[in-house]
Design a protein around this ligand. Sequence first.
Ligand SMILES: Nc1ncnc2c1ncn2[C@@H]1O[C@H](COP(=O)(O)OP(=O)(O)OP(=O)(O)O)[C@@H](O)[C@H]1O
Ligand SMILES: [Mg+2]
Length: 409
Amino acid sequence: MSGGEVELVDLVKRFAEVTAVDGITLNIPGGEFFSLLGPSGCGKTTTLRLIAGFEQPTEGKILLDGQDMAQTPPHRRNVNTVFQNYALFPFLNVQENVSFGLRYKDLPKQEVKRRVGDALALVRLEGMGKRRPSQLSGGQQQRVALARALVLNPAVLLLDEPLGALDAKLRKALQIELKALQETVGITFIYVTHDQEEALTMSDRMAVMSNGHVEQVGSPSEVYEEPANAYVADFLGASNLMPARADGRGADGRCRVRLGEFELAAARGHVDSRGDVKITIRPERVQLEDYGTPGENRLPGMVQRVVYVGSTVQLIVNLAPGQTVQASMQNQGGTLGFDQGTPVGVFLPPDALRVLASEDSDLHGNFSNRGATGSLAAGESTVPEVADGHGQERRHEHDRGQGVEGRRR
Ligand SMILES: Nc1ncnc2c1ncn2[C@@H]1O[C@H](COP(=O)(O)OP(=O)(O)OP(=O)(O)O)[C@@H](O)[C@H]1O
Ligand SMILES: [Mg+2]
């Protein structure tokens, strides 16, 4: 299928006193799996509802395949939505639910039957056409909702946290299935989630949102490896964020930063910065060594806590300058040798240490309440949960769903 290009131009949506969408510009080419990722209340659903036509923009434009949608009502847009709660009709069976949207299309009976059959095959629900929603599992109901949206052959499918109601294991299975399905049908998916791992696993590209703004757009590896600011770094999994003073770029091209009385070299990010900055490093890049190991970018520390999470072990380490870092180590079996209370050397490799300019560190006031080391500072939110055996872990976060750590691409 061709088409399915979505453009949002300076899109604004204000409700009485709330600005839900505050100037979003995005260009999503046809056939892309694009995710909107952000915490609760950042404007994800509103953005989808604007694209679907259920809401009118206060300002800005929406174009579908180059055409301005301002005058186009929802049912004339070649767009369909899958909602979190599926919204199936309880008294209709699966087939009837799926064919519901075709009823005004004036299609021959045989054609309707064929399309419903194809849609059910696509979501692997053959043979279940006669069941009522109440006779299906959550995952199966979710697939009916998908089939019902796909049967209309939209150029763009909007999905609002479609896996939100499912348990973690089923969610994982359906993530992979949904991505494969999107590749099969080749239409544009705009996928809303507050789950970092979900967005990273499934998307071709993603927008990280906060407070009605887009903070960064990029491929999963771009936003994870090259976060534009502290907000993105922190939102995409545990990131160690430490306030530091930068002294500009040295002859070797790296930024000199001071953490307490320790001088470090940081090779990534705003290496020209001077003055107050934040430095950040992913937990999987922090290396622990024997106490006193000499060399650059080494700090003394003390293991504060060891959290066993199956495929990895998370260590919370107090650094001599007063900060706390989280280190994530693969579980190779055997003992780690870094028990609680052990003095250690902490190596922050320069090529893993990123300087975030201070103006990037506190965008829209979102970050200020997270503390210098993000959720780590709170202590109780760091107990991760293993999601699979490939070095990916998830952690619980009271306010923002799950995080992903240890992800390499
Ligand atoms: N109809 C409305 N009237 C007034 N305010 C609204 C309306 N719809 C949404 N809002 C507000 O707009 C903001 C964005 O809401 P939205 O539903 O888009 O967030 P979201 O990112 O989808 O959040 P969640 O992850 O919780 O679903 C919120 O502050 C919300 O309270
Ligand atoms: Mg929502």
